[in-house]
Structure formats: C-alpha cells, structure tokens
Design a protein around this ligand. Structure first.
Ligand code: FES
Ligand code: FES
Length: 166
C-alpha cells in the first residue's frame, strides 16, 4: 500500500488515544482490527447487516464496518476489549457466560456491545425493547433464547451493582 495515500489520525479507543496511518476509505472495523489490535469485533457481511462489528461511538451501538475511520477522530470508541477491568469480566460478560449466551461466540462481542448501549439508557428493558435493541445483531447459531436470558441477567446484575459501572 502506498504510504503517500495515507494520513495520520488519532482514535480514542477505550479511553486510550491511538495514532494510526489510514487511507481515507478504510472502514473503522478494519482499522480497529488490523491497525489497533482490537480483534474482538468481527467482520462478516461488511455492509451493516449482521452486527458482528458493533462498537459504541459516544455510547451509541453502531456497525463499525459502515463508518470511515477518518471520521471518528474526537469520538469515544468502545470495543469489547474495554469491558473487563483488572482481569474481571464486566457484568454483561458474566451474564453471557452464566446464561450460555455464546454458542460459537461469533456474534457475542457485537451482541454484548449492543446490550451495553441498551442498558445504559434502559436499565430494566422489556423483552420487546431487548429484541428491538439487538435487532441489528444476527446470531447464525440461532441462540436467541439464551441471548435474551443473558440480557435479562445482565440487567439484574447491573441493577444490583449500585454505583457500579454500566
Ligand atoms: S460486518 Fe459490520 S454489520 Fe456485518
Ligand atoms: S453464538 Fe454463534 S453466531 Fe451467535
């Protein structure tokens, strides 16, 4: 790749500023995975249809394959790697383990990030609200019942963590 076509950008990923050379047409998903080492998010459809690449941008769950990396400077980007702290899983990740939310696990990072966005503004969601919030995340293992239970469990855990991270 010709470096002359690249430009230096600064991305705020999980609270850390990362400097990276990118081309103007590169998607955020590619830059996060290949340039920043955040391989938790997955790339599958590359057209915004499966949710495997979901990250949070300023708290909103979005498919990162649909965003240009060069347009994300100054925004707070959160990936699945930012959830666990000091070797301890985030309550949403714990809920996923307890409820068998991951079968093959391919969809899990995106599902979990969509769940984080949902529970931040709707701490006690109805099943319909959960299904709507995760509607852009596809599970090819058809593990939806376990995923629904995982979100319900995550909501209970966060509700019990008064003052805890959401
Ligand atoms: S890879 Fe981004 S939505 Fe499918
Ligand atoms: S657990 Fe396999 S794609 Fe969802």
């Amino acid at each position: 790749m010709d470096n002359n076509l690249k430009q230096l950008i600064h991305l705020n990923v999980n609270g850390e500023i990362q400097e990276i050379m990118v081309e103007s047409h590169w998607s955020l998903s590619k830059v996060l995975r290949n340039g920043c080492g955040h391989t938790g998010l997955k790339e599958a459809c590359d057209e915004g249809a499966c949710g495997a690449c979901t990250v949070l941008i300023d708290g909103i769950a979005v498919p990162s394959c649909m965003l240009l990396a060069v347009e994300q400077e100054g925004k707070a980007i959160e990936t699945i790697e930012g959830l666990s702290k000091d070797g301890k899983l985030h309550p949403i990740q714990e809920a996923w383990l307890e409820e068998y939310g991951a079968q093959c696990g391919f969809c899990s990072p995106g599902m979990i990030m969509s769940t984080k966005a949902l529970l931040a503004h709707t701490p006690d969601p109805t099943d319909d609200e959960i299904k709507e919030a995760l509607g852009g995340n596809i599970c090819i293992c058809n593990n939806y019942e376990h995923i629904l239970n995982s979100v319900r469990n995550a909501a209970r855990k966060l509700a019990h963590n008064a003052g805890g991270e959401k």
